[in-house]
Design a protein around this ligand. Structure first.
Ligand SMILES: Cc1cc2nc3c(=O)[nH]c(=O)nc-3n(C[C@H](O)[C@H](O)[C@H](O)COP(=O)(O)O)c2cc1C
Length: 229
């Protein structure tokens, strides 16, 4: 099988939620973020920002807001990945142009920019031997999280990321069969049949996704100046 050091890191990925007490050096975090900032970005807009959090009180509060996720309180470093259109708005104002970025399209652009840089950072961190987990629980209380981190208007935290030296190596979670998710030339729905023979996956998905999730999100993002409508 063809591989590179990068594909080896990617294939070894597992989310890590327990960390050793050792600190992660600032230079390492900066190297990770430097690599992540090279990620491609729509129109080179770079509509994201990252808040690096180490303060234990802030971590405890973020953990609560994420639904009492213990690993958020215990991580040595937490990166809050924001979709951030505030700089775009400011550039428009500077040139006396109206900012019309509060649209679904621009919300997606900023959210995708955050996701791409976030994933690049995770791969970079794992290549240093660090363990990470992304925290979508940041969207449980988007307004409170934005206040706590003093985000400007037109920004919200899409997800966070705990980074630390792994104190565990959980087994890798299974992925769907390759044939179900990869198609050649045309989408082939028949290849998905195998997925539905996996009772564990279908049961979990049907239980979790027959309930509404984060119904408050649209209103919260509108309040933060990013109406995804
Ligand atoms: C956008 C995103 C949000 C996530 N949010 C959380 C979270 O709030 N808490 C958590 O413990 N794991 C979270 N995860 C981790 C997933 O549960 C995990 O990636 C998934 O179960 C697959 O496991 P693996 O990463 O070990 O392969 C999140 C992952 C992603 C990509």
């Amino acid at each position: 099988m063809m591989k590179t050091p990068i594909t080896e890191v990617q294939e070894a990925h597992v989310s890590v939620r327990q960390y050793l007490p050792q600190t992660v050096p600032d230079e390492m975090i900066l190297a990770i973020l430097r690599a992540a900032r090279r990620a491609p970005t729509s129109s080179n807009l770079q509509a994201y920002s990252i808040v690096v959090v180490r303060d234990p009180d802030t971590l405890r509060r973020l953990a609560e807001l994420a639904g009492n996720q213990r690993h958020v309180a215990e991580t040595p470093v937490f990166l809050a990945w924001c979709a951030d259109l505030s700089r775009v708005e400011r550039a428009c104002k500077l040139h006396n142009r109206e900012f019309v970025g509060n649209t679904l399209e621009m919300g997606i652009v900023a959210t995708v920019d955050a996701a791409l840089t976030g994933m690049s950072a995770m791969t970079a961190a794992e290549s240093f031997g660090l363990g990470c987990v992304m925290i979508g629980g940041m969207r449980n209380h988007p307004v409170e999280v934005a206040r706590l981190l003093e985000l400007p208007p037109r920004a919200y935290v899409v997800f966070g990321m705990c980074i630390g030296w792994p104190a565990e190596r959980p087994p890798q979670k299974p992925r769907l069969p390759e044939s179900a998710v990869i198609h050649f030339e045309r989408y082939n729905g028949a290849t998905a049949d195998e997925v539905f023979e996996d009772a564990a996956w279908t049961t979990r998905v049907s239980v979790e996704f027959s309930k509404p999730r984060r119904e408050h999100l649209r209103a919260a993002l509108a309040q933060l100046g990013l109406p995804l409508e």
